[in-house]
Design a protein around this ligand. Sequence first.
Ligand code: DP6
Length: 360
Amino acid sequence: MCEQDFIPGEFQKSVQSGKVTWQSPSNIALVKYWGKKKNQIPANPSVSFTLKNCKTITTMEFQKKEIKGEDFDFELFFEGKKKDDFKPKITRFFERIEKYTPFLKDYELVIQTENTFPHSSGIASSASGMSALALCVMSLEKELNPEITEDYFLKKASFLARLGSGSACRSIEGELIEWGEHKTTAGSSDLFGIKYPNKVLEVFKSYQDTILLVDKGQKQVSSTLGHNLMHGHSFAEARFEQAHANLEKLQAVFETGNLPEFIKIVESEALTLHAMMMSSEPYFILMKPNTLEIINRIWGFRESTGVPVCFTLDAGANVHVLYPKRHKEEVLEFIKNELVAYCEKGQYICDSIGKGAEKL
Ligand code: DP6
């Protein structure tokens, strides 16, 4: 599919008003997206586990205007309170998707949104938030054109979500989602995420992700800024090639269940992501001393017990602890005994692999 396929023709139906609610999860990348080209095209392919508990719930009410306006007309409420400082981000999103959703300016929208995870937990809400909103917009399109297929609906939702925030395109479905053209993944695309199409052993479909909240503060450097620093980065090309190679290696791992190899790839991806930040111009560090403490303790625990637990990081100080479900009890015990002390206010979130967004 190409970009043109997402530009709709004339709609058959006229819709006066309505209301739709979607809940959409966050996701955690195993091979990281870091670096992008124009129009939110990723510099390399990535693959992620869709999460289950960390999600955004968004309701969009729409009312047809008497006359089509020049501007996007919407009110935004976050956790029940009017939130005008989120509006510029949403306006930018609507501007980016306007070509594909020309009907948006015909409606007055009221958007109500909330997260299941604590606000300012340092968990990126852009993936769950943008995917939930993209799905609401697609539900409106579906009312205007009931003919669209389920497959088109999901692909376009992912396509629109990507324009809001790259990683958001991996939050529409579960359990494993790949985004970005990759030579050994049939159907992979830079435009939207796809359900990982090759063989995946059961062990990966019930993986656990315990998110240790190391630093709940505002990030010093946004992801968008970080992505931009990959332009002209001395190691960029080598990094992009490495991501392709790691994805290929992971394909074999998903098929065979080779957990030591899984751990090697996933941890290397996390550290490479942060190494890219530390070697960009200007350089920056998002890890905190407690991030390193936790990593070292995970390594110690793995070494002494043989439990195949590993970590990954996103663009922040929090640590995602990944492990197979059958080791849940002992890993949670280890987290409580040894790692909670390094979390801000002792907070952590227990999550696991999920099946994607749901209409409520
Ligand atoms: C480190 O999707 O937040 O989490 O496209 O600018 O919104 P924008 O960036 P974003 O970047 C996420 C980067 C990452 C890695 C990943 O999720 O693959």
